[in-house]
Structures are given as C-alpha cells and as structure tokens.
Write a protein that binds this ligand. Structure first.
Ligand code: SF4
Ligand code: SF4
Length: 374
C-alpha cells in the first residue's frame, strides 16, 4: 500500500494555481460535506504509532507530502529513522532540498519536484527566482549522490504550451529530466471555470500539442532507442502493451494509495483533507491492508473509456466543482490523449519487435504520485 504523509498544511510558496485560486475561492465550500478545518497544521502524532501501523504491511510505501513537506525537516528525519517502510518518496517544491542532509535525501526512492517547464513559465506560475533555486538544489543533490528517480511534476493551465515545455524539460542544457508528469489544473476549484478560458485553450492549444508530443515521444524512441518516462503517455501505453482489461483510478486514490492527515486520520487522497465523511480510520487502530475502498461513480462509470482512463480523479468526481458541461472538456482531453497513444501503438510495437526498445522500458512504480491521467 502507498500512503501520502501530510506533514504540514503550510507552504513556502504562493503559486497561482494553488494559493492564487484559493484566494479567489475563499467563499466556496462543500455544501453536502462536513469538513473539519481545525486539524493540526503540523504532524501531531507519535512516529512509533506510524511504525506500528506501517509494519503490518511489508510493502508499505510512504510519500512525504504537504503543504510543503520540507518545512518539517526534523519530522522527516524522525519518520525515516523510526518507521520501517519499504520505500520513502517525497513530493516537494524543491526550495529546501538543500536543507536535508544527503544521507536522508539519498534514501529517497523517488523525488517528485514541482517545476512547470522553463524558467519563464515556472517563475510566472510559482514566483520569481523559484526555477533558479530549485534547479541549483537539484544539481546539488545529484552531485551529493542521489541516484533515485527524479520526476518533474508540472501543473498545467492556460499559459502552458505542453509540447514546448515537456520538450524543454527533457532536453535542455540547464537540467534535463528523463521523467516528467503533468496534471491539469481543472475541476479542482469552485469558481475558476467562469473566469478562465479553459475551453479555448484545451481545444486550440492543449489537445493539438498532446498529439504533437506523443509523436515526439515515439520519434525519440526511434531515433535514440530510449523511452522517455513521460508518465501520462507511459502509463496508458503500458496498459495497451500489457493488454490490461481494466484499470481502477490510476493515482490509486481511495483503493491502494491513501493519505494520513497530520492528526493521524486516514483519507483517500490529500485533497480530501478534513472531509469527515471520508475518514477511513486512524493509524492508531487501522490495518493498512484492510482499509475500506472507495471508487469513482458517474459520469465515469457510464463512460466508454472508463476501463482505460480509470476515472481521472476521485476528488473531482465526488465534489463535482465543475459542472458536467465544463468537466466534459477535461474528459475530451483524456479521450484525445488515449486516442493519440492508441494511434501510435503499432509503431511502438514495431520498435519493441525490432529490439530498439523493450517492454521493460514501460515498467514503473505504480501509484508513486503520478496520477497518469492528467
Ligand atoms: S474520460 Fe472523464 S468521464 Fe470518462 S472515465 Fe475519464 S474522467 Fe471519467
Ligand atoms: S488524481 Fe485526484 S484523487 Fe488522485 S491523488 Fe490527485 S487529487 Fe487525489
């Protein structure tokens, strides 16, 4: 099982799509849900309790999460010292990576670092100077011996040309990534759809750029014998290659990947903090292998690509913050992604048969924090 550990609700950045949206959504709430806004801002339980919980599952994977988890360096070290987990991962904005000693950084199986593309775009969304500081820290952790997977985790919205930015992240002179994941800022906030132009952007930019990107990805395999780990493409192509008949929600939220709040309550996903109707137990007495499972409902269950999409997002499916018409634009992006990858599968299969690439190149640690469906 996978668990996000929410170490703190605080963050040291004020990004446009998170802090900025929260300010605009200040009066939005969840009319049909009871939300506890009063749980501790910082991890408030004993790490030995977490160890007792975790060691019931020999495959327990813990992923540090926030807010910004590196605001809790002492707590990270304490968890890594006290808790027997199979692997430790972290999702961070990268600003404080230089503050954690290499002996801990080098134990991470995977670091997912938030970066939205080149310097201009990253700083536009995340604040001036962010890109430079993060890249300096990434160079430094590589120099200090970090050999695990480093995934650039992009948040994507109207200012992003997804082709241009992913191509840049995977092939620049500054700091290139071989692993990239992205998520659309879509369906997460209450009031943003009407003030944004998601329809125009998704139809006239994003969907076209995704087609170009999938071609680029397969061209790159052909020319370099390398499968770039572009997670949305990798995950869907893997399902086609391994003839997977049905996938559940690909982030694992609510069925194999849960979140532990700062107060020890277990919830399906970090975005569902405080939603009491979805408290699934507490680390003091729950068995990680026997947690209740929660799955998406309509419209996903009625959708003709449900078996391959898996439902995109449990939080969006439950809260329905965008109405059906608006959300159908998001689903159109999913269908475009799936169709485009499907169209390239014959070429991918030929490359595997010719030995240029191998099936093994499509394997990855599932539920590592990449949701696959953006
Ligand atoms: S495409 Fe949309 S409706 Fe269909 S399964 Fe995915 S998220 Fe659900
Ligand atoms: S895709 Fe949705 S349910 Fe899954 S982790 Fe992200 S926010 Fe949570």
């Amino acid at each position: 099982m996978f668990f996000h550990l929410m170490l703190t609700t605080e963050c040291n950045l004020q990004c446009k799509y998170c802090f900025g949206e929260a300010l605009e959504d200040i009066d939005a709430n969840f009319p049909s849900l009871e939300v506890d806004y009063s749980f501790p801002r910082k991890i408030g339980y004993d790490t030995h309790l977490l160890n007792r919980f975790c060691k019931q599952d020999p495959d327990c994977v813990l992923s540090f999460y926030g807010g910004e988890p590196l605001l809790c360096i002492d707590e990270i070290k304490q968890v890594m010292d006290d808790v027997k987990a199979k692997n430790f991962l972290i999702q961070t904005n990268g600003l404080l990576l230089n503050c954690l000693e290499p002996e801990y950084v080098n134990r991470f199986h995977t670091i997912l670092v938030s970066i939205d593309g080149d310097e201009a775009l990253t700083d536009f969304y995340r604040g001036n100077g962010t890109f430079r500081k993060v890249v300096d820290n990434l160079k430094s952790i590589r120099r200090n011996g970090f050999r695990g997977e480093l995934i650039a985790r992009m948040t994507v919205m109207e200012h992003t040309d997804i082709f241009k930015q992913v191509a840049w992240l995977t092939g620049n002179d500054e700091f290139s990534f071989s692993s990239v994941h992205w998520q659309l800022n879509a369906g997460f906030w209450q009031n943003d759809f009407k003030r944004r132009d998601f329809k125009k952007w998704s139809e006239e930019s994003y969907n076209l750029a995704i087609r170009k990107l999938v071609r680029f990805w397969v061209d790159h395999m052909e020319e370099n014998n390398v499968v770039l780990r572009l997670y949305p493409l990798l995950g869907v192509a893997q399902s086609f290659l391994f003839s997977e008949e049905k996938t559940f929600l690909r982030c694992g939220g609510g069925w194999v990947n849960y979140t532990i709040q700062t107060d020890g309550h277990i919830i399906p996903c970090p975005t569902m903090w405080g939603m009491k109707d979805y408290y699934l137990g507490h680390i003091s007495n729950a068995n990680p292998l026997k947690l209740k499972q929660i799955f998406v409902s309509e419209p996903c269950t009625e959708c003709d690509v449900y078996n391959i999409c898996g439902g995109r997002c449990l939080y969006a499916n439950i809260t329905k913050r965008w109405n059906a018409e608006a959300y159908s634009l998001v689903c159109n992006t999913v269908k475009n992604l799936i169709d485009t990858i499907k169209g390239e599968m014959p070429r991918i299969r030929r490359l595997i048969e010719s030995g240029k690439i191998s099936l093994r190149d499509f394997e990855f640690m599932k539920y590592n924090g990449c949701e696959i469906i953006p």
